[in-house]
Design a binder for this molecule. Structure first.
Ligand SMILES: Cc1cc2nc3c(=O)[nH]c(=O)nc-3n(C[C@H](O)[C@H](O)[C@H](O)COP(=O)(O)OP(=O)(O)OC[C@H]3O[C@@H](n4cnc5c(N)ncnc54)[C@H](O)[C@@H]3O)c2cc1C
Length: 465
């Protein structure tokens, strides 16, 4: 006997949003346990963290679309996540979002050797993509030190650059087609591999570099290249960045030039301390370059003779075999992890016109120290692209005075506040420094058209609304 006037029901518990997700994905792939969520909630630098409502791990584009529709129906925001190696806080929840991990989208079709293309899912790592291409006698044009974790989808979403932009372009130049889930759960797809296809707006190009704010990349058709037969790598010591830029002018003349990377003595010391590698040359130099040439015939002689005849070169180490070349690259590639081991950096990835780079390098360290006393800036970057990574160690995670000083300096010299890492949440407050009000209005109009509810990675690029 009861006085409850409500009718008896066979299902007294209303279905929760999480139980809906479990119906779509299965229990194992909806993570709400705080301990299990934790690794998805902090970024690579440890500077950014937040709490997700749930982490979901769909297996294919249809499941991604079903999750997006469920989130859209409830107005629940989504943070897409690939390898979580992004350096601007874009893959990390700010509080209460669903983190949608693409890690289980790991399939690839056989390489199309005739077209030199591959169709591959978003969760495949760049290193695996490189291996698939290599096994088919081809190569992928994008390479970066995070290759073992960074994913196809994440590199498309950030339009990642890396070590070989000079020769092969950034990720956008590799993308021939894309499959993606839009914020309303619709799937768009252009995967026929047509290299010429001028039929209206280039949606693949639009999604590339959109940092998860316009949709979720689930699959891509990517361009592959004929690999060079031989490589030669040099580590070069010079007195200054200005000497390095003068050398760059000549090295650019080599048709085989593949990469030219710069760093400085403070970074060299950090790397040697962190990795235990010996200092490569006696004494200290103001600037170091890793230069790599690659061609169908051995490029060693042309690189060696150019360096021999270059007055800027104080010392050089040279390698043609893979293990020795990798040992030289390690001085450059270990910078990110060595800096991370020294503290939690504010990472400012900027481009400058080559003509203003020396002025920037000469003033940026002092600008950082005067903005935040005790802070120091370690610089390295992709010299051929005018791209320097300014890593500020010392300030608290939320102390942005040094960030402000560096980004304003970049803008005053005609540069861009992001070269290849994107805007994320880290740089959103400064977007206006190097994009005009008309640019930002156009970008916001695109965002509003595709994502009127604002559920796709809110806070990224445009900041908190
Ligand atoms: C050691 C190290 C070296 C690095 N070197 C370089 C370098 O040389 N050049 C360079 O450009 N970057 C570099 N990075 C930064 C980073 O690796 C790149 O930004 C990379 O593209 C991120 O890929 P990810 O899969 O880890 O993406 P995540 O970090 O997971 O995500 C990055 C952004 O993309 C979005 N996103 C991820 N996957 C998808 C998807 N499938 N669909 C839609 N949106 C998505 C996220 O929401 C986020 O906004 C480096 C990072 C590290 C740690």
């Amino acid at each position: 006997v009861t006085n409850d006037p409500r009718p008896a029901t066979r299902n007294p518990q209303p279905a929760t949003f999480e139980s809906h997700l479990r119906t779509i994905l299965g229990d194992a792939h909806v993570i709400t346990d705080p301990d299990l969520k934790a690794s998805y909630e902090t970024d690579w630098t440890r500077r950014f963290s937040g709490s997700a409502r749930a982490v979901v791990r769909p297996a294919d584009a249809k499941q991604v679309a079903a999750v997006v529709r469920a989130c859209a129906a409830e107005g629940i925001p989504i943070v897409p996540q690939g390898g979580n190696t992004g350096l601007v806080g874009g893959s990390i929840p700010r509080g209460g979002e669903v983190v949608l991990s693409l890690a289980r989208l790991g399939a690839a079709e056989p390489v199309d050797t005739m077209a030199a293309q591959i169709t591959i899912e978003a969760g495949v790592t760049v290193a695996s993509l490189q291996n698939l291409a290599r096994d088919a006698g081809l190569m992928y044009g994008v390479d970066l030190a995070s290759r073992d974790s960074a994913t196809v989808g994440g590199t498309i979403a950030t339009n990642a650059g890396g070590l070989r932009v000079l020769r092969y372009g950034a990720t956008r130049a590799q993308v021939i087609g894309i499959q993606a889930v839009l914020p309303n759960g619709e799937i768009i797809e252009r995967m026929s591999g047509l290299t010429k296809d001028n039929t209206g707006y280039d949606l693949a190009g639009l999604l590339t570099g959109s940092e998860g704010t316009l949709g979720i990349v689930t699959r891509a058709r990517l361009k592959l290249w004929n690999p060079p037969v031989a490589r030669a790598t040099a580590l070069v010591a010079l007195d200054s960045l200005s000497e390095a830029i003068s050398l760059l002018g000549r090295v650019r003349g080599l048709a085989s030039l593949d990469a030219i990377e710069a760093f400085f003595n403070d970074g060299m010391q950090l790397v040697c301390d962190h990795t235990g590698a010996p200092r490569p040359f006696p004494g200290v130099s103001g600037c170091y370059l890793v230069i790599e040439c690659a061609a169908q015939s051995d490029p060693a002689e042309e690189l060696a003779s150019l360096l021999d005849g270059s007055p800027e070169v104080k010392a050089a180490a040279f390698a043609t075999e893979r293990p020795q070349r990798e040992a030289l690259w390690r001085y450059r590639e270990a910078h990110t992890e060595a800096i991370g081991a020294a503290g939690v950096p504010h990472k400012l990835d900027v481009t400058l016109p080559l003509a203003r780079m020396v002025e920037f390098e000469a003033t940026v360290r002092a600008a950082v120290e005067s903005a935040t006393p005790g802070a120091r800036a370690i610089l390295f970057g992709h010299l051929g692209d005018g791209n320097l990574h300014v890593n500020v160690l010392g300030p608290a995670d939320d102390d942005e005075r040094a960030d402000d000083a560096v980004l304003r300096l970049v803008a005053s010299l005609g540069g861009s506040i992001s070269a290849e890492h994107g805007i994320g949440v880290a740089k959103a407050p400064w977007l206006h420094l190097t994009r005009s009000p008309a640019d930002i209005a156009a970008m916001r109009a695109i965002k509003a058209a595709l994502d009127p509810q604002g559920i796709m990675n809110p806070g990224v690029i445009f900041g908190a609304q």
